[in-house]
Design a protein around this ligand. Structure first.
Ligand code: HEM
Length: 476
């Protein structure tokens, strides 16, 4: 009897394993010969672990290096539990981004949906995405050059930098995060750093961020489960702020923040408004602080670039009254700063790739991309392609004097209908912070701290800097 049972279990197990193996390799057999070359790796896991293996963000990593040299810039693989086409080709990347919702669609892994929520702009598709995006674009275009917004950024930068006086060392990534969080929370919800709601949102937000990059296991106590709960708490705090605002409608004091404009929009559901706030916090926090850290790190290694940057900011500052705020015209004069920012984005690769899926069978050049397969346009591979960017590994901001900052070979903010709506905000914040940093401080990096792509980029030691104040009248 026991023997019979164990043979049934054994047969069941064998059938199960065969199904798993068949399910894994079936797409490979069906599309053999027509899809790009490549391998599927192990059943279930495929090649995901090698693909995610950490590497310096200023390199493409061993996995892409080996696969591109063996199969070419476009190859097939099995990643995130799905047959996948990986593209390191600028033309195909551009084609994918431009054909959003027609041939391809944004498709982040399901566990990310669980944390971001079903109304997040990164998750929604079709008409809902168009509706949310048009609100985002209106908000950004009405905000970005407003003096109140620019003054807030500058005040926040000055607060952070004045807290450095008397210190010899700072952990730059922490300082940059403090800066970007304070800017975005003021911009979106009108909150200042010392308000209790700010502290509450920050605590929950940090838990939320940790869960976003954790193993997606929903069991009480895991970082993933804590992140989902933190998101619920942030939603409740934001809803309470919305209620408070609504009950103060008669109050003539205008806040001028995103929330004020959001509340006047009547084609969004309550959940969408809350998600919108979360998306802005998420988008405006980590990525922008990383960009600042990249710029600071690369400038430490390039004295000539730092000198030219100082000259640019010194010339702008000299044309202004003492303590006069920077304005949009000043920002537009920061041409070399723009080049430094673009080069930090190209070398640093804050967003390595984005997730898409093919909506139908797509033919591009000699490749067939089968319907339903995952498609990953890898931006870092294009940014670090020596045939597209000469002296690829060198931080050389001057290259942008002759090269367009919007082209197929430079897509740090994505492209097409999902191009990052916050790109200009991130650049203004970085430029204004650098303005006061280079005019007020000298710094050197403490030891080696290369940013690693996990694929989420992180400085292992938080970029420790030795800092020394200098006189703004003579920053050289
Ligand atoms: C250096 C800073 C930043 C980088 C490198 C960056 C990068 C990106 C990229 C690559 C995408 C495209 C995602 C995709 O196609 O799937 C994106 C989308 C997005 N970003 Fe940013 N971003 C930055 C700053 C910001 C800021 C400051 C905000 C908001 C205040 C923001 C909000 C968003 C939102 C809401 C989306 C979704 C857009 C959509 O799906 O239509 N980002 N970002």
């Amino acid at each position: 009897m026991v023997g019979d049972l164990s043979s049934v279990v054994l047969v069941g197990l064998v059938v199960f394993l065969l199904c798993v193996i068949l399910n894994h390799f079936l797409p490979l057999l069906l599309k053999f010969g027509v899809t790009p070359r490549g391998t599927f790796g192990w059943p279930l896991l495929g090649e995901t672990l090698s693909f995610l293996n950490p590497h310096s963000s200023n390199s493409i990593g061993t996995f892409l290096q080996e696969h591109c040299s063996r199969y070419g810039k476009v190859f097939k693989s099995h990643l995130f539990c799905s047959p996948t086409i990986v593209s390191c080709d600028q033309e195909l990347n551009y084609f994918i981004l431009q054909n959003e919702d027609k041939l391809f669609q944004c498709s982040y892994p399901k566990p990310i949906h669980g944390v971001l929520g079903k109304s997040s702009m990164l998750v929604v598709v079709g008409d809902t995405h168009k509706k949310l995006r048009s609100v985002a674009l209106t908000l950004v275009s009405t905000t970005k050059s407003k003096p109140e917004y620019l003054n807030d950024i500058e005040r926040t930068a000055l607060q952070i930098l004045s807290s450095w006086r008397g210190k010899q060392q700072v952990t730059f990534c922490d300082e940059a995060r403090k800066f970007t969080f304070n800017v975005i929370i003021k911009q979106v919800l009108g909150l200042t750093p010392d308000e209790p709601q700010t502290t509450k949102i920050l605590q929950d937000f940090l838990t939320f961020m940790r869960g976003l990059i954790s193993f997606p296991l929903y069991i009480p106590g895991t970082p993933y489960a804590r992140a989902v709960q933190a998101r619920t708490r942030i939603s409740s705090t934001v809803k309470a702020i919305i209620e408070e605002r609504r009950s103060n409608v008669g109050n003539s004091k205008r806040k001028g923040d995103f929330l004020e404009i959001l509340l006047s929009v009547d084609n969004l559901y309550e959940d969408e408004k809350v998600s919108f706030v979360l998306d802005s916090l998420l988008g405006g926090y980590e990525t922008t602080s990383l960009l600042m850290a990249m710029a600071v790190q690369f400038l430490s290694q390039s004295p000539a670039a730092l000198q030219q940057l100082k000259l640019e900011h010194w010339s702008i500052r000299s044309s202004k009254e003492k303590d006069e705020y920077l304005n949009w015209e000043d920002y537009k004069k920061m041409e070399f700063t723009q080049n430094v920012i673009s080069e930090a984005l190209r070398c640093g690769n804050i967003v390595k790739f984005v997730h898409r899926k093919a909506l139908k069978d797509v033919r591009f050049k000699d490749y067939l991309i089968p319907s339903g397969w995952k498609v990953l346009p890898v931006f870092s591979a294009v940014h670090l392609d020596p045939s597209l960017h000469g002296s690829t590994l060198e931080f050389h901001p001057w290259r942008w004097e002759k090269q367009s900052q919007t082209s197929k070979k430079f897509t740090p903010f994505g492209g097409g209908p999902r191009f990052c709506p916050g790109s200009e905000l991130a650049k203004v914040e970085t430029a204004f912070f650098l303005h006061h940093l280079v005019l007020n401080f000298r710094w050197i990096t403490e030891g080696v701290d290369h940013p690693l792509a996990y694929p989420y980029v992180e400085f292992q030691r938080g970029l420790p800097l030795s800092v020394e104040p200098i006189l703004p009248e003579s920053p050289f």
